[in-house]
Write a protein that binds this ligand. Sequence first.
Ligand code: 5AD
Ligand code: SF4
Length: 351
Amino acid sequence: MTDQEIRQLLSVRGEEQKKLFARADTVRRESIGEEVYFRGIIEFSNICEKNCFYCGIRRDNTKTERFRMTHEEVDQCLRFIDKSQYGSVVLQSGELTSRSALDFVLQILKNIRKDFPEMGITLSLGELPKEFYKELKEAGADRYLLRIETSNPELYRKLHPADHLFERRKQCLLDLKELGFQVGTGNMVGVPEQTMDDLVNDLRFFQELDTDMFGLGPYVFHEDTPLGTPEMKEWWKKKKHDILDTTLNFIAVLRLLMPTVNIATATALEAIHPRGRIYALQAGANVFMPSVTPVEYRGLYLLYQNKPCVDEKADQCSGCSVAKVKSAGLIPALGKRGDAQHFSQRNRGKT
Ligand code: 5AD
Ligand code: SF4
């Protein structure tokens, strides 16, 4: 596919958009089938050392009360994941680079490997020293998610403080790959000043990095951030439906370009439209990540506003998630880990 074709596909709406989704759906069914994998996501802490300009739990947002779950609370979530047959867990938090923060996660990994040896484990803990990644891998983590956010270094600089480095983020992704993780990345679609060419380049960046999994979603406004001005709020409100459509098209094109990768349907889509995650599944996504975070912490893990399901309990999300997958015309793959086919193909290629 040429850049020009991609650019055009990212902009389609109406009937042409339906055709694009159908094409992506066909490619999905022919390459990886019609199953959708589940990952129960535990957002175990909202404490973060970073200050990304778009994010509601950035360090300088003093309006957010901070929490870290206890090991007992995490264990309860794990039991729920096991009982619900989600097959995999995602452990996500703000970025902390201290030894004690690492030890906390290592202890969770130890518990998982003891009690649930079959469970797939994905981590999403931000940029850490390579030695830390290595310890996490050796403790049993299978996968790591780290979004590049944008492949345009100049735009990256506008979205982050000066000490948040694009090159460092990219190096982390390379480190994770080298250590043998199944690696996931992704971007935010619709951040201020992003162009269609940026999105085309994001897709090219993903192809070149050749990662196995993707978690990508729309940018969603949050007022307690540097990007949260009243003017930006108006801009975002006018633009959000367009951002949703472009995100869905982006997922569909990604499926066409990389047929055997895992693509998660982002919760942030539902901050724009209640059927957002269903649309993403229909456009080619094949991973659903129901939150299993205890209800008392959900309202504190707000990276963006209008986050759905903050008042739901994990068991409410369970039935709802399965129903959403079915209503997208796909099969909930309960009880399976759901490793990305792309990962085994990539490794076969190496030997
Ligand atoms: N809107 C959408 N996504 C966001 N993230 C952080 N803030 C926002 C926002 N306002 C995403 C980033 C990060 C992931 C954990 O959450 O892409 O990598
Ligand atoms: Fe921290 Fe991640 Fe939010 Fe950046 S996007 S402030 S690293 S939680």
